[in-house]
Design a protein around this ligand. Structure first.
Ligand code: FAD
Length: 389
């Protein structure tokens, strides 16, 4: 297999390309592929029918593949329908009653996980607690792929995302914080383009799907910074997951299917406490370096408001399946931002997560991992095609 041309440390991160490719192939990709199939991670709660707050919806989708198939009520886990419980999970209390004094767990206060929270994510726009308009979608039945959504409608969203909300920062002198949002959005954009290229409708007449390496080259590989931003975003989200290790290890992955739920928990532990990952890339991204200066708090608030606007723009995506994945991935990024930069400097705030946020976070990490793998494996061939060699 050819090596792709990227090497050295991924800019603004703490690991190099070779290591990222290696741990992704050996550890992350196989684990994440299993995790996203579990009942806990395959159902995502989403409000798909919302009016675009910025302009009238003119979305045109050519393909039937644009639409999302929603889950019937009976399909998604019973436990997802119950109202959240605040405070300690009730099982803990029951457990305590029967225990002799000496065996009573007195470390409850330091417990990271105290039930899924209902508090809205400060980085995103949707009111996640308004269940009335939410539906559950089985992500496994609605893969992110080419949908035929293109032209002015799609272009307007990306233009708005970049120009209105996170202006491109051409000058290298700008500080890391200001570049952060642009890099995350650009990395996500690369990942979406790579998924379109990896699962493309090559021939409509015969319904033939396959790789479109020329498209991958034209949209992503031709621009080395787009590849770099993809790796950056992957490491950023990975760092958020590892930072929330205590919380994610203790969290309830309950869907009413004990065998599957044990498997989910075990896969999560393998991800969170992976010796190979810890040895190769112990700190994928160092969030402590950011927001240090005098303008720190102000910058953070500004970027939070900008990200919220980007999140609101997802309601303007005129193709249902693109909107689903757009919303999921933006919520995933918002969750990573919340974990890494909890608001007002209150460290523990980032440790309270909604179930849907964790589902989005892990599914986003999986999407990025798939994109990194595709670039690693197909990049050299795509470059030969793109450069006409
Ligand atoms: P676009 O991808 O629309 O890019 C627009 C402009 O942005 C480019 O001309 C370039 O200047 C800049 N740009 C492109 N990539 C980057 C980058 N990585 N970093 C920085 N700048 C960049 N289509 C599907 O078929 N399936 C989907 O699942 C899907 N999901 C979508 C989700 C969202 C949220 C949005 C907004 C669109 C989605 N689309 C999807 C549409 C798809 O992203 C493209 O917009 C469409 O295929 C048209 O592509 P394009 O070649 O015009 O360039």
């Amino acid at each position: 297999q050819d090596k792709h041309k990227y090497s050295g440390i991924v800019a603004d991160c703490c690991c190099d390309y070779e290591t990222v490719d290696h741990i992704n192939k050996e550890v992350l990709h196989p684990l994440l592929q299993e995790l996203v199939k579990t009942p806990f991670f395959r159902y995502f709660k989403v409000k798909l029918w919302c009016d675009c707050p910025f302009w009238p919806d003119d979305g045109m989708c050519r393909l039937r593949d644009c639409s999302v198939c929603e889950c019937p009520e009976s399909e998604f886990p019973e436990s997802f329908k119950k109202p959240y419980h605040r405070g300690l999970p009730s099982d803990d209390l029951k457990c305590q009653e029967g225990k002799p004094e000496a065996a009573v767990d007195r470390t409850l206060d330091s417990k990271a996980f105290r039930g899924w929270t209902e508090t809205d994510n400060p980085w995103t726009n949707d009111d996640e607690t308004d269940n009335s308009e939410m539906t559950y979608v089985n992500l496994q039945l609605n893969p992110e792929r080419y949908t035929g959504y293109t032209g002015p409608s799609a272009r307007r969203i990306w233009d708005a995302v970049y120009s209105e909300n996170c202006p491109k920062y051409p000058s290298e002198e700008l500080c890391q914080e200001e570049k952060l949002l642009y890099k995350l959005i650009s990395g996500l954009h690369s990942s979406i383009s790579i998924h379109i290229a990896s699962d493309y409708l090559l021939d409509e007449a015969t319904n033939l799907w396959g790789h479109n390496l020329k498209l991958m080259y034209d949209r992503v590989l031709k621009y080395p910074n787009r590849v770099e931003n993809l790796y950056f975003t992957f490491l950023f989200v990975l760092r958020a997951v590892t930072k929330a290790t205590d919380y994610l290890e203790q969290a309830e992955y309950d869907t009413g299917n004990p065998t599957e739920d044990l498997k989910t928990q075990s896969l999560m532990r393998q991800l969170l406490y992976n010796p190979k990952l810890q040895a190769a890339c112990p700190l994928p991204f160092d969030e402590a370096k950011l927001w240090k200066g005098q303008r720190g708090p102000e910058l953070k608030q500004q970027i939070q408001a900008q990200f919220k606007n980007i999140s609101a723009l997802m309601d303007c995506v005129g193709c249902e399946k693109c909107r689903l994945w757009g919303k999921l991935q933006v919520l995933g990024l918002g969750t990573a931002l919340k974990i890494l930069f909890s608001v007002n400097g209150q460290e523990h705030l980032g440790q309270e997560l909604q179930r849907n946020e964790v589902i989005a976070l892990i599914n986003l990490l999986n999407r990025l991992s798939e994109s990194v793998k595709f670039v690693h494996e197909m990049g050299p061939a795509a470059e030969r095609i793109g450069e006409g060699k």
